[in-house]
Design a protein around this ligand. Structure first.
Ligand code: BGP
Length: 471
């Protein structure tokens, strides 16, 4: 048996989010979420009410097809499946006094299917799915009231599912509020009108709520492992000019601050300087400071690409990436959506995070969005996605290198293990899955599922615990 750096019990799987996979946007008592009024993703301002061009209203109909999809994940050998619970399925308006039993029962059925196949659920509590009423009535996380609504929500989740869900993430990519305040923080005030004070106050409220969830879990779900989740985008200095190195450090700091607060339990000095220099005096109470001391058990993150950083205002910034970019790196190829492809960057991030926090890590998003062509071979429809196999193989080889570097890594869930609606562009044509879903950007299609070539490839990687990777 060839050797592998992946430890026994390593959790292999895939990840999705309720708003991008479920559909059933108005079924089972679900209230509207901000996603139901974002037909174009973050590429356009939200609309007044759901419109037929919003692919997320039906998405790929996981709401009705979850058993079929989970059976396909089991066929690949998944040990873990990351999903989110749609907050507005449980509290339709976010500020309801009582939860919606039909919504709770839906996730009971999903967890039943996962248990049937021996797949661990990894649950994101809030994945860009703030109940629309909380955005409209309170301006999202700008309001301190959201801490109480979120605490009510997590108490229900930990009470109902705490015995059957071991891994929990409090917020998806909590640092993305800096870049997409409506999608990430439910903040109705347009980004260009949002004061820096309100933005950082909203972030503070989320950080307190996240730590409060950890505290509540200790009480209601003592076996649960609570993780924070950040968007990792390592920045490389564009030149060895110390000013570029310093600029890269500062850009990294703006994202690492969120992990630092979740792991250390307080604002680090550089974060206090960021606030000071932006003239922000946070409304932070002694109780907030006590709550923040409830630190996480592990750190999870998404990784798609790296970006370069320059202190020179003349250097053009056309580097693209997940929710934000920087200076394009001429040493790296890019995806069809312009995101740099940098497998070594994943090893860099794993080492950076392990060195910094000495907490177990979990890669909960990594994948390649691409335009796939459905073909028919021997009467069977499929996709020859060698480009996706190459992307994932090369990134997993670097994960293996990081494990050899001594990093403590719990698992790896590829993003979009089945084709789903993209977050930033709200397209279905930006496909990530091992399973093709017959639905197009114009809403047409049968919703049939067809395993791609990468389906068997990933099944082999899992079966051999990484030994089958091409190094
Ligand atoms: C992250 C989100 C995911 C997923 C991913 C890929 O920000 O956590 O929900 O969507 O981005 O991005 P996209 O779907 O825009 O290609």
């Amino acid at each position: 048996m060839s050797t592998t750096p992946f430890p026994d019990g390593f959790l292999w799987g895939g990840a999705t989010a309720a708003n991008q996979i479920e559909g059933g946007y108005d079924q089972g008592g679900k209230g509207l979420s901000i996603q139901d009024v974002m037909p174009k993703g973050i590429m356009a301002p939200p609309v007044e009410a759901p419109t037929p061009d919003n692919l997320k209203l039906e998405a790929i109909d996981f709401y009705h097809r979850y058993a079929e999809d989970i059976a396909l994940f089991a066929k690949m050998g998944f040990g873990v499946y990351r999903l989110s619970i749609a907050w507005s399925r449980i509290f339709p308006n976010g500020d309801d006094a009582e939860p919606n039993e039909e919504g709770l029962a839906f996730y009971d059925r999903v967890f039943d299917e996962l248990e049937k196949h021996g797949i661990e659920p990894l649950v994101t509590i809030s994945h860009y799915e703030t109940p629309l009423n909380l955005a409209r009535k309170y301006d999202g996380w700008v309001s301190r009231d959201l801490i109480g609504f979120y605490e009510r929500y997590v108490r229900v989740l930990f009470t109902r599912y705490g015995a059957r869900v071991k891994y929990w993430l409090t917020f998806n990519e909590i640092n993305s509020v800096l870049h997409a305040p409506f999608m990430s923080g439910g903040i109705q005030t347009p980004k260009e009108e949002l004061s820096t004070k309100d933005l950082y106050q909203a972030i503070h409220h989320e950080l307190v709520a996240s730590a409060s969830a950890t505290k509540i879990a200790r009480e209601l779900a003592p076996n649960a492992q609570i993780g924070c989740m950040i968007l990792a985008m390592p920045t490389y200095p564009f030149t060895p000019d110390p000013q570029d190195v310093l600029k890269s450090l500062h850009t990294d700091h703006s994202n690492l601050m969120f992990g630092d607060i979740h792991v250390r339990g307080e604002y680090p000095g550089y974060a206090l300087r960021i606030l000071r220099e932006q003239g922000v005096e946070l409304d932070i109470t002694d109780e907030d400071r006590e709550t923040l001391k409830n630190t996480v058990d592990f750190v999870s993150f998404s990784y798609y690409s790296s970006v370069a950083e320059s202190a020179d205002p003349e250097v053009i910034r056309e580097g693209k990436g997940n929710l934000f970019g920087g200076v394009e790196n001429p040493k790296l190829p890019v995806s069809q959506w312009g995101w740099a492809i940098d497998p070594v960057g994943l090893r860099v991030v794993l080492n950076q995070f392990w060195d910094r926090w000495q907490k177990p890590l979990f890669i909960v998003e990594n994948g390649l969005g691409a335009r796939d062509e459905l073909v028919e071979i021997d009467g069977r429809k499929t996709v020859i996605d060698d480009y996706r196999i190459a992307y994932l193989n090369d990134h997993l080889v670097q994960v293996g290198e990081a494990l050899e570097d001594g990093v403590d890594l719990l698992g790896y869930t590829t993003w979009g293990c089945i084709d789903i609606v993209s977050a930033s562009t709200a397209q279905l044509s930006k496909r990530y899955g091992f399973i093709y879903v017959d639905r197009n950007d114009d809403g047409s299609g049968t919703l049939e599922r067809y395993p791609k070539k990468s389906f068997d490839w990933y099944s082999e990687v899992i079966a051999t615990n990484g030994a089958s990777l091409s190094r």
